[in-house]
Design a protein around this ligand. Structure first.
Ligand SMILES: [Zn+2]
Length: 375
């Protein structure tokens, strides 16, 4: 029997719910993956991340290869033991971040050479080195190495980049080899161009992957353009494999993506906004820096069962945000991750019960209300 599998349990419209089984545990889909960039979800203990309902974390190959280094992590027992998270981990390929973060990049058919943004040291990322680094980290879901152009990009650039990524996808598959218990995902590219997305999907399916990601979105094109692409892109990928939308997003982006057949997503937004005094609630975004909260004894979100809402007032949160106390980022990150996971659980239940459209309508009504009336 295969050590990993994907089971679809229910469909409602294009939305789907199911489970990815791995030796390190099940991942309920649609799944939201908190981002643990440098072997930590900033401001949270791993046990606390699990308490919010997360089944899987994302780790960044680019950051981890530079600091502390993949060989060091391997020597210390792998990323799961190193960071005290024994459940599944997905690692990205490093391709996206090397283009956005490193200095003095040089892109060739072979791969990308670059200088570290940490200490200026010189490195090379290629399909082969990316597979090796992700193997050393011990990641459960490995991403093929790809190149992702920022949007808007002209068609010639998108076409050239997509075809390079498909040649790299074949090399990634070859270098990954046969690793029972671990999955390799291919990444569809092609910008917003339908025929390029189709060509990319065909190339990936011919190579054969355990799951398929939609890359190259959420890079500045806006929600309308992204949804336009998601109206056709997921349908080009195999029905019986997980579909992962990379780097998304705000709660409304996530709900819209699930409605269009996406099974997995990741984003730094809930944790990053938690560190800047921003919260996400059923009634949209709340800025705790705002003076209106200074004497408000009410919880951030009435009825929320997270530790932040159970025990602290908006007045306290406002104070610790303004005073730049560490607990501000800790509490707001916890609430935000809890809210995101509740949203995913709500969608999974709604899809299973055939009431996703009603769930979606209620979600939008809630966001449209805006924050609670000031006292
Ligand atoms: Zn809360």
């Amino acid at each position: 029997m295969a050590l990993t599998s994907f089971e679809l349990n229910a469909r409602d419209g294009r939305a789907r719910t199911g489970v990815i089984r791995t030796p390190r545990g099940d991942i309920r889909t649609p799944a939201f993956m908190p981002v643990g960039t440098a072997a930590t979800v900033k401001g949270m203990m791993p046990e606390s991340v699990r308490e919010t309902g997360a089944d899987i974390l994302l780790g960044n190959t680019y950051h981890l290869m530079l600091r502390p280094g993949a060989e060091r992590v391997a020597k210390l027992g792998g990323l799961h033991r190193f960071m005290n998270w024994e459940r599944p981990i997905l690692t990205d390929s490093g391709g996206f971040q090397v283009m956005s973060l490193s200095d003095l990049r040089k892109l060739t058919e072979e791969g990308v050479t670059f200088r570290s943004h940490v200490d200026g040291s010189k490195h090379m990322l290629s399909p082969e080195t990316s597979m090796e680094i992700q193997r050393l980290l011990g990641s459960d879901i490995v991403m093929a190495f790809d190149e992702c152009p920022a949007l808007p990009a002209d068609r010639a650039r998108l076409e050239e980049s997509m075809r390079l990524s498909m040649r790299w996808a074949a090399r990634s598959r070859e270098a990954f080899g046969d690793r029972p218990g671990h999955m390799l995902f291919g990444i569809q590219q092609g910008g917003l161009e339908r025929d390029l997305r189709e060509e990319s999907a065909q190339a990936l399916v011919n190579i054969g992957f355990d799951g398929y990601a939609i890359g190259g979105l959420a890079v500045g094109e806006g929600q309308e353009a992204m949804f336009g692409c998601l109206d056709f892109a997921p349908g080009m990928l195999p029905e019986d494999k997980p579909r992962y939308l990379m780097g998304v997003g705000k709660p409304a982006d996530i709900v819209g993506a699930v409605a269009r057949g996406i099974d997995m997503m990741d984003c730094v937004l809930p944790s990053r906004s938690g560190r800047t005094g921003q919260a996400w609630t059923r009634r949209g975004q709340v800025n705790l820096r705002n003076a209106r909260h200074a004497e408000d004894p009410r919880p951030l979100e009435e009825g929320c069962s997270c530790p932040c809402c159970r025990s602290y007032s908006r007045a306290y949160l406002h104070h610790v945000v303004r005073a730049k106390e560490m607990i501000a980022g800790m509490l707001l990150t916890w609430h935000n991750l809890h809210y995101y996971q509740e949203l995913m659980a709500g969608m999974r239940a709604a899809i299973a019960e055939g009431r996703f459209a009603a769930f979606e309508a209620a979600f939008h009504e809630g966001e449209a209300l805006g924050d609670i009336e000031r006292l």
